[in-house]
Design a protein around this ligand. Structure first.
Ligand SMILES: [Zn+2]
Length: 141
């Protein structure tokens, strides 16, 4: 996950997430966004405006952004699983090495959630606190 992608997915007033896509065939730039009110994916290309919008389908620009976005969601889910497994570890060595091995991934997901209006942010912060408390407890035992 690049910093650029994080920047592009930053919040705005009307749209929860947005990203500009450069067309491979025409070189034109299209804006893909998610409408906050109903979660509908939209694109500024004529194909979406004239056809997909009426049919309720996604254009190729939306499909490419969704694929990347769903990749991020996959990473968030993976990190949540790591945090939950951390809380179940019984040895401080195992807990610390799991934490250290996944530190970058955990920080990246935290950064993404900080910048988005994602409702998983609260759950993430809670999981980090639980994991850190657990490691501290194990280390002091
Ligand atoms: Zn499009």
């Amino acid at each position: 996950m690049s910093v650029t992608l994080l920047e592009e997915l930053k919040d705005s007033k009307q749209y929860g997430k947005r990203r500009d896509v450069v067309s491979e065939s025409s070189g034109k730039t299209y804006r893909v966004s998610v409408r906050k009110s109903d979660g509908r994916w939209m694109c500024s290309c004529t194909g979406w405006t004239n056809v997909c919008n009426k049919k309720g389908t996604d254009c190729k620009h939306i499909k490419s952004v969704r694929k990347k976005f769903e990749g991020i969601i996959g990473q968030i889910t993976a990190v949540f699983d790591i945090m939950r497994s951390l809380a179940g570890l019984r040895s401080s060595d195992a807990a610390l090495s799991t934490w250290n091995a996944n530190k970058t991934k955990i920080e990246m997901v935290g950064e993404f959630l900080d910048m988005s209006s994602d409702d998983r942010h609260g759950e993430f912060t809670q999981l980090v606190t639980i994991a850190k408390t657990h490691i501290t407890t194990l280390l002091m035992a």
